[in-house]
Ligand binder design. Structure first.
Ligand code: DGL
Length: 261
């Protein structure tokens, strides 16, 4: 077994977590990161809660066996379903950081107005308690319009973001809200990769995602436990996937090195 002692483990159902990884490496360039995308089992957002928990726990177990010093669950769906279980098992040993849809930043950005915020996320994220509670907590701060985006994460897993079918899918999912919302929450880590296409469909409306907030939280957690790497040199980033095709390898590396957020 390969050992990634002192690396930070970051995982997602697939390529989406790379949007979070990019923010993590920007905030903590000296750290070493082991990214794992479970593309062979994507999408998680259309699976049962139990199945998402089983898949997520398997990845966390493997990462801990590999010696990581922290885990970032770079997936809203896996965080909603499994963060509690993973924390119960490992939080005493290492920090476990999750992501959640950026409802709060979206509501705060539009303070003082009766804003309408579209929330794009997977069907699983939107049906789970964690989201329902978050929405309830922010009741009165904005009107949230949750839209389950079935099929979108799987389409993003295929790459080729300039093909017209992607825009057609977006139009079908959210096009009817054009001109009627003040902000859009990207509540799935796959979606920041198609920000441009979302804005082409919806016009110049502000988009909110949790990537940067997650990076700041990771930094706080590492600082709090005295785990920050001291070396002044840039860290290593290892990209790995459960789907080992050449196309996937190319897509992972393109998304990490070149794709814009
Ligand atoms: N990237 C994941 C999220 O943030 C889920 C995509 C999927 O596998 O359905 O929710």
């Amino acid at each position: 077994m390969q050992v990634y002692h002192n690396y930070i483990g970051v995982f997602d159902s697939g390529v989406g977590g790379i949007s979070v990884l990019k923010e993590l490496t920007k905030e903590l360039p000296q750290e070493d990161f082991l990214f794992f995308g479970d593309s062979a089992n994507a999408p998680y957002g259309e699976k049962s809660t139990e199945e998402i928990q089983r898949l997520s726990m398997n990845i966390a177990d493997r990462m801990v066996e590999n010696g990581v010093k922290a885990i970032v669950i770079a997936c809203n769906t896996a965080t909603s379903a499994a963060a509690l279980l993973i924390r119960n098992k490992y939080q005493k040993d290492i920090p476990i950081i999750g992501v959640e849809p950026a409802l709060k930043p979206a509501a705060e950005a539009d303070e003082g107005r009766d804003s309408r915020i579209l929330v794009m996320a997977t069907p699983a994220t939107l049906r789970m308690d964690k989201f329902q509670k978050l929405e309830k907590r922010l009741e009165g701060e904005a009107e949230f319009l949750p839209v389950p985006c079935a099929g979108l994460a799987s389409r993003i897993e295929q790459g080729h973001f300039e093909e017209p079918d992607l825009k057609d899918l977006l139009k079908r999912l959210i096009g009817s809200y054009k001109g009627q919302v003040d902000g859009i929450v990207l509540g799935c880590t796959h979606y920041p990769f198609v920000k441009k296409q979302i804005q082409e469909v919806m016009g110049p409306v502000p988009l909110y995602d949790g990537g940067r907030g997650t990076a700041r939280e990771l930094k706080r957690a590492l600082t709090g436990r005295g785990l920050l790497k001291k070396a002044p040199t840039p860290g290593q980033v290892v990209l790995s996937s459960s789907l080992k095709t050449p196309e996937m390898k190319t897509l992972y590396s393109w998304l990490y090195k070149e794709a814009e957020l």
